[in-house]
Design a protein around this ligand. Structure first.
Ligand code: PA5
Length: 442
């Protein structure tokens, strides 16, 4: 279960203001629960943890098992934005950082950039491996994954033959429309559906996240269980509801204390991509109508040696939300040294995690002294259940928070602007008029 600690904000806000914002968050909670707010046709994510059927889970596990039987040791997951960040986050968090177990494939990501070197180097890897591909695009028309898929489809067909390629490609897309749907039907790929009423950044608990996470060898049943338990806890309308508290405090710090930036802080590099996922969730949900809190992130203690200076003494624009992990899953104890040249014997017998916890506490106090309010969002340890819980927690609190700000959390009109210019510059048929106009500007 996710816990929220607001203690590090108490010297920056007064009780009466906090209570006012809790009331606003409770009203937004009602809007979310009554499904009568803006974007209410995109609320399918709310019940995903209990809606995913046993037969869908078995279907997903069957892909994992069939690729295992073929000896697949590399899975290329093609997608961008909400179509890759959740899976990337979970796989980074749950995997060994350095050693890949022999019984699990390496899972890599493509289609989230247009770098030629990236694709060429990934192809170098694919050529040394037994490769399968998962292509994910809800719209089925996004340029970056479409380019990567065209290249990998050709590679897989040339390497394994067309019939075998169809066994090695899984498509995750809309039930009815889009180029990827048409292609998947025509080529006979195993397909999974992204529900109509779930937007990309809320889709980690649909096949978009679940298929890559399961294929990587992780327990999606446990992840859904954790999310379902978190959902139960967050359904209770109360001032103690963790999502209400988080949404209330971040809006109070933004709207009354003038903080324009929220930094999600982790002290474990395994959670660097949790922050990337969170940034998309909050950035795309809230950053519109000239409003919103800019979502940033740091991974400490590394970033205390780069961004730490700014956070301590730079312009006072930010507050921090620390994702606190209560227990380490592994144990490394610092030894004693007879010579003690490094003068670390005072730490002999201590766990490295104890040093990490003291760095975290010391930083909290220093940042509060420096004018940076700090919240903590805690889980017990990193595992599938707690990841499911934190995914659900941040999604639910994002819905509440955006409604407090008066924003539709479920659309993203701004992401189209660059695409129109890019299509015009690439001379995509149908964009001729824009090409003329844009060429005059450059
Ligand atoms: O959250 C969103 O809706 C977006 O980030 C999309 O996930 C992203 O643009 C990819 O879209 P698609 O899955 O349609 O290729």
């Amino acid at each position: 279960m996710v816990k929220v600690n607001l203690g590090g904000c108490s010297s920056f806000v007064n009780d009466a203001d906090y209570k006012t914002y809790v009331q606003k968050a409770l009203a937004a909670f009602d809007t979310l629960q009554n499904e009568d707010g803006a974007g209410n046709d995109f609320l399918g994510w709310k019940t995903l943890p209990i809606d995913i059927t046993e037969s869908l889970i078995c279907d997903i596990e069957a892909v994992r098992d069939s690729w295992k039987a073929k000896g697949v040791n590399l899975v290329v997951v093609i997608g961008i934005g909400g179509s890759y960040l959740g899976a990337k986050c979970a796989i980074e968090a749950l995997s060994h950082s350095f050693v890949r177990p022999a019984d699990k494939p390496q899972v890599v990501f493509a289609g989230n950039n247009l770098s030629e070197e990236y694709l060429a180097e990934l192809m170098d890897l694919a050529k040394t491996c037994n490769t399968a591909v998962i292509v994910i695009s809800k719209s089925g028309t996004t340029t970056e994954p479409a380019v990567a898929f065209r290249i990998f489809k050709e590679y897989v067909e040339q390497t394994y033959g067309k019939a075998e390629a169809a066994e090695r490609i899984v498509a995750i897309t809309d039930a009815k429309k889009g180029a990827l749907k048409t292609l998947a039907t025509q080529e006979g790929y195993k397909s999974f559906i992204v529900p109509d009423n779930v937007g990309g950044r809320y889709s980690v608990l649909t096949p978009v996240g679940l298929v890559p996470i399961a294929v990587a060898g992780f327990d999606i049943r446990a992840m859904l269980k954790g999310a379902a338990e978190e959902r139960e806890a967050l359904l209770v309308k109360s001032e103690d509801n963790a999502a209400v508290q988080y949404a209330a405090m971040r809006n109070l710090l933004h709207l009354e204390n003038g903080k324009s930036t929220e930094i999600l802080v982790t002290y474990n590099p395994k959670f660097t991509y949790l922050a990337e996922w969170w940034k998309q969730l909050y950035g795309e949900s809230e950053g519109k109508d000239l409003k919103g809190i800019f979502p940033a992130s740091v991974t400490n203690t590394a970033d205390l040696h780069s961004m730490g200076q700014f956070i301590q003494e730079g312009s006072r624009i930010m507050f921090e939300t620390v994702v606190n992990i209560e227990k380490a899953n592994r144990s490394v104890v610092i030894g004693s040294d007879e010579q003690n040249l490094d003068q670390l014997n005072y730490l002999a017998g201590q766990h490295v995690n104890h040093c990490n916890a003291m760095a975290q506490l010391g930083t909290k106090l220093a940042h509060i002294d420096g004018g940076v309010p700090q919240m903590e969002v805690s889980i017990e340890n990193i595992n599938e259940e707690n990841l499911g819980a934190i995914f659900y927690f941040f999604e639910f609190s994002c819905g509440i928070s955006a409604y407090v700000l008066g924003i539709n959390p479920f659309n993203q009109p701004g992401v189209e602007a660059y695409k129109k210019n890019m299509f015009a510059l690439l001379r995509k048929p149908g964009f001729e008029a824009q090409t003329e106009a844009i060429l005059k500007r450059i």
